[in-house]
Design a protein around this ligand. Sequence first.
Ligand SMILES: Cc1cc2nc3c(=O)[nH]c(=O)nc-3n(C[C@H](O)[C@H](O)[C@H](O)COP(=O)(O)O)c2cc1C
Length: 150
Amino acid sequence: MRKLLIVHHTPSPALQAMYEAVRSGATTDEIEGVEVVSRPALTASPVDVLEADACLLGTPVNLGYLSGALKHFFDQVYYPCLEATVRLPYGAYLHGNNDATGALRALESITTGLKWRSVLPPVVITGEPGKTDLEACWDLGATVAASLAT
Ligand SMILES: Cc1cc2nc3c(=O)[nH]c(=O)nc-3n(C[C@H](O)[C@H](O)[C@H](O)COP(=O)(O)O)c2cc1C
């Protein structure tokens, strides 16, 4: 079994809907051989990341940046994972009210430092997620999981 880790900060109904769509895509029956493990960002540990074969990251945009919770996650795992997780495949979803530019820049900068490999561009949603938005989240989960499938 290969392991897909979802690290998420989910403080609102919009983010809950996005998280559920991402997880639903990642766990679709059509993909075999992938175990999905979810961790709230404030509880995820370096061991969770070291054990993962890929990672999905979910966060709101707060004050022009990643949420403090996802930043805390990266602060915790950065050095313990720096050498061991080079080229870890990852995907991300972000939710904001208007502008995710700073958060996207931060995500790019941190994952470049870790040398993680983006499987597909982040899904960015503003306002209440509609059907197409949630389909994009589902596709994100399914695409990252499928990249691990045997
Ligand atoms: C303290 C705080 C700062 C925020 N800063 C931003 C921001 O810089 N850019 C943005 O697009 N949204 C910002 N937001 C909106 C959040 O991203 C949004 O509340 C979150 O994604 C949850 O969505 P919802 O409130 O529609 O349920 C902020 C929210 C809070 C509480």
